[in-house]
Write a protein that binds this ligand. Structure first.
Ligand code: CTP
Ligand code: CA
Length: 232
């Protein structure tokens, strides 16, 4: 269980957590979205605040209230997310991308509601969005350095497959830590519990299983460990 008296080991750290799921508008009332509840990101923001951090939560359609005591910035699409993150990143010591960002967005948003037109289907044309995490990692602040954390939900056959996918993604994104989730069973989105593996460029840093608050604290432990290495 999480200790009743929390270490204030993020005191003075400026932290940005993105959480929830982006929406890409098709027309004024319809969007392409995803099933992320944002609960893990909310738990991360709450845990960081408890540990003394100055927290900004960049929120994309959260299904629960954000924690008290954190600054909230609301975004909708992946483009909004990119703008909000790139603008704030230079002030951050730690960036955690827990948000489920859409990979594709409609090449145009209809001004009026899309109508059924006879009995035909509807063809949508989608274009790729900005990879926010890769952008933030490519532009990372050098001095003082930043810790950048990504998330990846993968449908892996087993632990070895999960780690191989994770390793490739970590290198591609250029982040420091990747929090891996095997979603093959299908039971992560919207559930109170989570099972994660945290990797860095050398391999597995930690694993954790339990409620999202506990998992959040294990992720911050891994971040604090990097900060401590940097200082020594
Ligand atoms: N991410 C991002 N911008 C995007 C898509 C994803 O910043 N346009 C971030 C997510 O918030 C997450 C990490 O990148 O922290 C990994 O997301 P994931 O969907 O697993 O990675 P992708 O590069 O989109 O790869 P895939 O094709 O497997 O979806
Ligand atoms: Ca993706």
């Amino acid at each position: 269980a999480v200790a009743a008296v929390q270490a204030r080991d993020l005191l003075g750290q400026r932290v940005i957590v993105s959480a929830g799921g982006t929406r890409e508008a098709l027309d004024p009332v319809r969007f392409l979205g995803n099933a992320s509840s944002g609960r893990q990101g909310i738990a991360l923001a709450r845990a960081a605040a408890l540990r003394g951090a100055d927290v900004t939560l960049v929120s994309a359609h959260l299904s629960e209230e954000p924690p008290a005591g954190v600054e909230v910035v609301e975004v909708s699409s992946t483009a909004d997310l990119a703008e909000a993150m790139v603008q704030r990143a230079p002030d951050a010591d730690v960036i955690v991308m827990a948000v489920a960002a859409a990979d594709f967005t409609p090449d145009a948003t209809a001004m009026h509601k899309i109508k059924k037109d006879g009995s035909d289907g509807l063809d949508l044309h989608l274009v790729q969005t900005t990879d926010v995490l890769a952008t933030l990692a490519a532009r990372r602040r050098k001095a003082p350095g930043q810790v950048i954390v990504g998330f990846a939900a993968e449908t892996a056959d087993d632990e070895a497959h999960l780690l191989a996918l994770g390793r490739a993604k970590l290198e591609r994104k250029g982040c420091d830590l990747l929090v891996l989730n095997n979603v093959s069973g299908g039971a992560v989105f919207g559930h109170p519990d989570n099972t994660i593996t945290i990797i860095d460029h050398d391999g597995v840093v930690a694993t954790a299983s339990g409620d999202k608050a506990l998992v959040a604290h294990r992720i911050w432990d891994a971040v604090v460990a990097i900060r401590t290495q940097e200082d020594s």
